[in-house]
Design a protein around this ligand. Structure first.
Ligand SMILES: NC(=O)C1=CN([C@@H]2O[C@H](COP(=O)(O)OP(=O)(O)OC[C@H]3O[C@@H](n4cnc5c(N)ncnc54)[C@H](OP(=O)(O)O)[C@@H]3O)[C@@H](O)[C@H]2O)C=CC1
Ligand SMILES: Nc1nc(=O)c2c([nH]1)NC[C@@H]1CN(c3ccc(C(=O)N[C@@H](CCC(=O)O)C(=O)O)cc3)C=[N+]21
Length: 308
């Protein structure tokens, strides 16, 4: 069996187009502010993509650039100014931050109602408790991809490799909210290969090229590769041995063109949700509102789960 490709570039573009239509129908432009400190090359690329996507969809987007040596107090003052600005609906402070700045302090300074990254402990706690809130963009994007493929998560064995606060933990919480049976694996886990072989849905978020071997994939499994690693030749590659895994999986995301573009689309989705919620026009939903598979036969991925 050769896996079908879960095309995050296409799904993300469709999601952004739909958001653009919704924004065009509003009497205001949802405001997004991305704060970038210093010139980390990857951050320069990502922040530019976010700004371009936001503007294309009709958002009021601005990037705030601060020098690498900006004092922590000044970054915190910038965040507070954005918290107080009524034109601002979403605030994102790009990570990583320089070593002299405590990232946790900065993330906790963001107004939870404008925390479109979903990284504030209030939003993380809400997600863990199954309450409405803003949900981190990357795992939310993964849920959209699983829905797109028509994957039935209820009762499914899902394995999440990685337990970071920005990917692995919220990913596991979203899968649990969708009634999957969730196993979390991390650097202290034993028998990782065997655990992965039991997965009907496998999400890899480690940051080590090819750590997930092709023979760890159960026949027909849905494989989502969050990892972004740069090879010696400068190419992007995921955490999964793609070619070998594709021979066994039912569905698989490529890198690039898989989860990455969904992260950006979900940032815009969160900004629209925050804008509507702040104005009392809509309620935030638990789990970002994407816990249910919503694929229909008309959609490009057809129907039915990718499970064998
Ligand atoms: N596509 C996208 O939009 C995004 C992609 N990424 C990418 O996803 C990857 C993960 O990011 P992030 O979660 O921030 O990374 P972190 O480094 O914060 O977390 C990595 C996780 O992997 C675990 N781990 C490390 N080594 C092993 C191992 N040998 N076996 C099992 N688990 C291991 C760690 O375990 P422990 O906790 O025990 O240390 C940790 O939980 C990176 O490649 C990153 O670039 C990240 C964000 C967005
Ligand atoms: N506060 C904060 N929020 C984040 O969401 C955040 C962050 N900091 N720091 C860095 C990580 C990483 N991240 C990505 C976004 C888009 C792609 C993406 O679009 N990737 C393209 C390729 C891009 C390229 O060619 O380099 C793809 O996978 O197809 C990847 C990774 C968001 N992050």
């Amino acid at each position: 069996m050769t896996a079908r490709i879960l095309d995050g570039k296409a799904v993300g573009a469709r999601l952004r187009a739909g958001l653009g239509e919704r924004v065009a129908g509003l009497s205001f432009r949802p405001g997004l502010r991305v704060v970038r400190v210093g010139d980390d090359p990857a951050s320069v690329v990502y922040v530019r993509s976010k700004d371009r996507a936001a503007k294309e969809a009709g958002f009021d987007s601005e990037t705030i650039l601060l020098p690498e040596d900006v004092p922590e107090s000044e970054l915190l003052a910038t965040v507070r100014r954005l918290n107080a600005d009524p034109a601002v609906d979403g605030i994102l402070v790009q990570l990583p931050l320089p070593k002299h700045i405590d990232p946790q302090k900065v993330l906790e300074a963001v107004d939870p109602a404008k925390d479109v990254d979903g990284f504030h402990p209030v939003n993380a706690g809400r997600l863990a408790a199954g309450l409405p809130g803003l949900v981190p963009c990357t795992p939310k994007g993964v849920m959209h991809l699983l829905a797109e493929a028509g994957v039935k998560l209820s009762g499914a064995r899902a394995v999440v490799l990685g337990r970071s606060a920005i990917v692995g933990r919220p990913m596991a919480a979203l899968l649990l909210a969708a009634d999957a049976t969730v196993t979390m694996l991390h650097s202290r886990s034993r028998d990782i290969a065997e655990e992965c072989r039991r997965a009907e849905v496998l999400v890899a978020a480690v940051g080590r090229a090819g750590i997930v071997r092709g023979d760890w994939i159960a026949p027909g499994a849905v494989v989502v590769d969050v990892g972004i690693n740069r090879t010696a030749e400068g190419k992007l590659t995921g955490d999964v041995e793609f070619e070998a895994a594709r021979e066994r999986a039912g569905w698989i995301t490529p890198v690039p063109g898989g989860v990455g573009p969904m992260t950006i689309a979900c940032l815009l989705e969160n900004t629209l949700e925050a804008a509507l919620a702040r104005r009392g026009r809509a309620e935030l939903e638990p789990n970002g509102g994407v816990a249910e598979a919503h694929a229909t036969p008309e959609q490009s991925y057809g129907h039915g789960p990718g499970l064998a």
